[in-house]
Design a protein around this ligand. Sequence first.
Ligand code: NAP
Length: 312
Amino acid sequence: MKKYDLVIIGAGPAGLAAGLYAGRARLNTLIIEKQKNGGQIVITSEIENYPGCLDEETGPSLIDRMVKQTEKFGVDHVFDTVTDVELEGEEKVIKCLNGEYNAKAVIIAAGAHPVPIGCPGERELSGKGVSYCATCDAAFFEDFEVYVVGGGDSAVEEAMYLTKFARKVTIIHRRDELRAAKSIQEKAFANPKMNFMWDSVVEEIKGDGLVESMIVKNVKTGELTEIKADEEDGTFGIFVFIGFKPNSDLFDGKVQMDERKYIITDDDMKTDIPGVFAAGDIRKKSLRQVVTAAADGAIAAVQAGKYIEEHE
Ligand code: NAP
């Protein structure tokens, strides 16, 4: 079993920022990542809203530099899947498929994931017209047509936000009534740029490198309609908001969470377990963005350092 001062679970912006701060504080640190560094940000092809990022910046290019920065300060990285954690007590144990690690402190930065539609073409065209984040991608659809899938608060609020950019926004909802709060609905119905396709689900998304069309099914009549991009535009946006889930199953029953399974922390990113911190999208918070994830990571690492010092 390898021993570390700090183990960080997740190599998205929160985990990498935590790694950078921990490395600079000379903590012996390991970052464990399940699949691919970067988390959700690597599905975003361009980044406009992280301070300092200009046109040429992409999710992967930003993450590459973040990873290099942590390596420069001696942080270890491993690709492995965490299967179990023992967080109580002074020695934390992190069990993975290919190894086991001990740590004095743990930062949980495992992120969250949007619930996908699950239809053909969705995954292939993700970041190429299919998006799960209006704040991230709305500006790329300035004056284009945009479709929003879902009928809850997120879908309707994000659709309203998209009307500031797109020339037309159409909500595709599987029922004939929105789930969103009435106050939000009222604003949406009053907005001249908003349109609604009721009783409809997206069956397939098509396109060669960019979204070009989609097949929508009316669930009451079974009728299939192909919605094609305007010829001049060549493409349109599909924003999916049918729920969002934190990657917190592993920690359920071990750290305090809210009813939606987001981990509850204080302002110092401390969970209810001493020596266990949470940072980024997995945490209960009001804005889930790269910039807030990075800030969480920095705070969590500094606090983890203090915790380790106090317990030595
Ligand atoms: P949500 O409330 O669970 O709504 C999900 C929406 O997606 C529902 O309209 C649902 O349809 C639809 N949906 C689910 N699965 C689908 C599928 N497979 N295909 C097509 N449509 C599907 O999720 P959310 O909007 O992300 O909100 C999550 C929570 O955050 C809620 O408690 C919400 O109140 C809260 N929230 C609050 C605010 C705010 O207060 N300003 C903002 C955002 C979120 P049905 O309606 O038919 O089930």
